[in-house]
Design a binder for this molecule. Structure first.
Ligand SMILES: *Cc1c(COP(=O)(O)O)cnc(C)c1O
Length: 362
């Protein structure tokens, strides 16, 4: 936490705004809109998953539809497709950004159209804070007239050609879960392109109540709005977002400086024009064996590291879904590792981690 979160939460208590609306919600939304820019309209919600659910619903995804989804991601990118009775079609990654492969994406779209089913939406993810190939992905999407839901859960503070992540998709989502770069303990936001769409999102997120003195409903709604108490934390967190991005990027640079010379370790680079918040520092090793050797050595020292996300097309729950694969995400899952990456890591901590890894690989 930064300096002011507790004060804003206290303000919510002092003024008795303990509800899914209030001044902190408005202030948090304004701070997000000012930061992301590009005229996005933010609706703060109870989670990033809720935002994806609502976003896909607003893009018209319904029972029987197909939604193209990046396979290399966290399950929350794909689960809401199933909530809506639709089917995910998983698309593998390209090796530069580890995100949606635009060539495979186009191949999939062509084939799905040939089988008589034009995909209803595309879920593209800026994984680990690295922007996906924005120009190529959106060119394909535009060519076929398919809307993009931009999963920016891990990429608040990242940008491409100076334009912030969260403003590229027809809709975008953020997450403020405990593990993200800033947090409200749990929370998320849907970023829309117009005030009308935002208002529609808020309407659906608050049980879709018609305007009448009694409780009247003409739509099925959700209970997805963020509370004013948690928004107080979010308002304070926005004040330290830039510091947090700085801290994460310093972690990455430290690891790269101290481990970059090792033959067995490589780091994902930012292509020209790409700016990653470096949410987590990821490394690639030559094999599953080396990756596990590093992970287990750290574990013995009570230091947690984790394999990269297991691709959705390899998950038991999505086994039967269609997928378009090229081996990239499987390879990353096998050989990649996320190193400790918290914003509060001290140089001593980082030094200790590097010394242990170097000792093991020497
Ligand atoms: C965290 C995350 C989500 C979901 O956000 P929650 O707030 O945890 O529901 C979605 N997509 C990705 C890529 C994430 O990392």
């Amino acid at each position: 936490m930064g300096a002011n979160e507790q004060a804003y939460v206290k303000e919510a208590f002092d003024t008795n705004w303990i509800a899914p609306l209030g001044p902190n919600v408005q202030a948090f939304e304004s701070a997000i809109e000012d930061f992301v820019g590009n005229n996005v309209h933010a609706a703060c919600l109870s989670s990033g998953t809720a935002a994806i659910h609502l976003g896909l619903e607003l893009l018209g995804v319904a029972t029987g539809d197909e939604v193209l989804c990046q396979s290399f991601t966290f399950a929350a990118s794909a689960n809401p497709i199933k909530y809506l009775g639709a089917s995910p079609v998983f698309i593998d990654s390209e090796p530069d950004t580890w995100n949606l492969d635009p060539v495979l994406l186009e191949k999939a779209i062509k084939e799905r159209i040939q089988t008589g089913k034009k995909p209803k939406a595309i879920v593209a993810v800026h994984l680990y804070g690295m922007p996906y190939k924005v120009e190529a992905v959106h060119a394909v999407a535009k060519h076929y007239g398919i809307p993009v839901l931009e999963d920016s859960a891990e990429a608040l503070g990242s940008s491409f050609n100076g334009i912030n992540c969260g403003s590229f998709g027809d809709m975008a989502i953020l997450s403020f879960n405990g593990n993200k770069i800033i947090t409200t303990s749990g929370g998320g936001a849907l970023l829309a392109k117009s005030k009308e769409t935002k208002e529609k999102a808020v309407f659906l997120a608050t049980q879709a109540r018609d305007s009448a003195p009694h409780y009247q409903h003409s739509h099925i709604g959700h209970n997805y709005r963020m509370s004013n108490v948690l928004a107080g934390i979010g308002k304070g967190q926005m004040e330290v977002l830039k510091d947090r991005v700085g801290a994460r990027r310093r972690n990455f640079e430290f690891y790269k400086k101290h481990l970059g010379d090792l033959e067995m370790i490589s780091f994902p680079e930012e292509p020209k024009g790409y700016f990653s918040n470096r949410w987590l520092t990821c490394i690639l090793t030559p094999s599953l064996e080396v990756r596990e050797k590093i992970r287990k050595t750290l574990e013995v020292e009570n230091i947690e590291s984790r394999p990269l996300w297991k691709p959705m097309h390899l998950q038991p729950v999505f086994e039967k879904e269609t997928s378009y694969v090229n081996g990239v995400s499987e390879n990353l899952f096998e050989k990649g590792l996320c190193l400790p990456s918290g914003s509060s890591l001290e140089e001593d901590d980082l030094q200790r981690i590097c010394t242990i890894i170097k000792g093991e690989l020497r």
